[in-house]
Design a protein around this ligand. Structure first.
Ligand SMILES: Cc1cc2nc3c(=O)[nH]c(=O)nc-3n(C[C@H](O)[C@H](O)[C@H](O)COP(=O)(O)OP(=O)(O)OC[C@H]3O[C@@H](n4cnc5c(N)ncnc54)[C@H](O)[C@@H]3O)c2cc1C
Length: 324
């Protein structure tokens, strides 16, 4: 199967396209910027090759880390930190898209401390974003030491695999499943789905972090809620029942790759097609398709850079190099 049939770049047509990859014949979308002399991309937006030519055969200015103000920090329980961060109104608007994330870093740490964090809320009028951080290891522990300033690099958008399914669903029943810290990015997705007149059922599994950090964000949302433990037999039975009775057109899986596999398996048994979208759990380091840490193989053996590539969810290899 041709590479361009299934892989699209989330940055294609954005102010960050063409990027470093175009300069080295590694563009994800444009066949000419992959070193070919023909054009066979499936991209219907602004021609990337033309943009590259207009930029004098150079990339556009890449994202840079900006020192940003921490407006509020709240520690919830032992290991969840919620930060409200001041950003430009433009950046807050760009980060409202479901699947948006940024790289955060302590101002005194080197770039190897960059850590990808999803946007839980973005307020374009105030120029603010909110992020919930599960403190785990060396990078997230260093964020605990940030008092009033933090380095922030963004916007990045590839936090969801199968994004186009979520974008295209209107006036449907949608099931959103979130577990642990991955409840945070579910909020932007739910807001987007509600805006498109969908009816949303939200399964909330507190996982290892608890779910208190999303309470404020979901209080005002008109959604059905179920609090389940998806690692228990009872929780899985209830999930089966909700899926069987719900006539959902789309299911959003927000959790580990194990959860994605459970959801995929349950959907395959329903006997009718239901689209799926899943959060991107790959290990992202540079976010620009350069460092290679997020490279994965699809089912047809193709190597893809998961920080930027959108693939069909069926192409996602089980486990891959995801963090589970
Ligand atoms: C698109 C995206 C959005 C994310 N959003 C959030 C969020 O909103 N809140 C949150 O708390 N966490 C989020 N994460 C996960 C977070 O980036 C990792 O937990 C973090 O990198 C752990 O780093 P550490 O050094 O503290 O822990 P480590 O000791 O390095 O790792 C602890 C765990 O995190 C996994 N991990 C390590 N580095 C990465 C990495 N660069 N990318 C993904 N997983 C990694 C490891 O496999 C391990 O399971 C997101 C990850 C991605 C890819």
């Amino acid at each position: 199967m041709s590479k361009n049939k299934i892989v699209t770049c989330i940055d294609a047509g954005s102010e960050y396209c063409p990027c470093y990859l175009a300069e080295s014949d590694e563009c994800i979308t444009c066949s000419q910027l992959q070193g070919n002399s023909f054009c066979d991309c499936n991209w219907s937006g602004v021609c990337i090759y033309q943009e590259y030519t207009w930029c004098g055969m150079k990339k556009k200015t890449p994202r840079e880390a900006i020192e940003s103000e921490i407006i509020e920090r709240k520690q919830i329980g032992d290991d969840v930190l919620v930060l409200r961060i001041g950003v430009s109104k433009t950046l807050a608007r760009q980060l409202k898209q479901p699947g948006s994330y940024v790289f955060l870093r302590h101002p005194e740490k080197p770039m190897i401390f960059d850590v990808p964090m999803s946007i839980m809320a973005a307020d374009a009028e105030k120029g603010e974003i909110a992020i919930a951080i599960h403190i785990l290891g060396v990078k997230t522990k260093s964020l605990l030491a940030c008092d009033d300033k933090i380095l922030l690099k963004g916007p990045y958008w590839n936090g969801l695999i199968g994004y186009k399914e979520l974008k295209n669903v209107t006036n449907q029943n949608v099931l959103v499943i979130g577990r642990g810290i991955a409840l945070a990015p579910a909020i932007l997705a739910i807001q987007y789905l509600l805006h498109n007149k969908n009816k949303v059922t939200f399964i909330i599994d507190k996982g290892r972090t608890g779910s208190a950090f999303i309470n404020e964000s979901i209080d005002a949302l008109e959604i059905d809620r179920h609090y389940l433990n998806l690692r228990s037999t009872g929780g899985l039975e209830k999930l089966n029942q909700i899926l069987a009775e719900g006539t959902y057109s789309l299911v959003y899986s927000g959790g580990s790759d194990f959860l994605h596999e459970v959801v995929k398996d349950r959907l395959s048994r329903l006997g009718r097609p239901v689209k799926m979208v899943a959060i991107n759990n790959h290990e992202l380091c540079c976010g620009e398709g350069v460092c290679g840490s997020c490279t994965a193989r699809t089912l047809n053996g193709q190597r893809v850079k998961m920080c930027k590539s959108q693939i069909d969810i069926e192409e996602m290899i089980e486990g891959g190099n995801c963090n589970g």
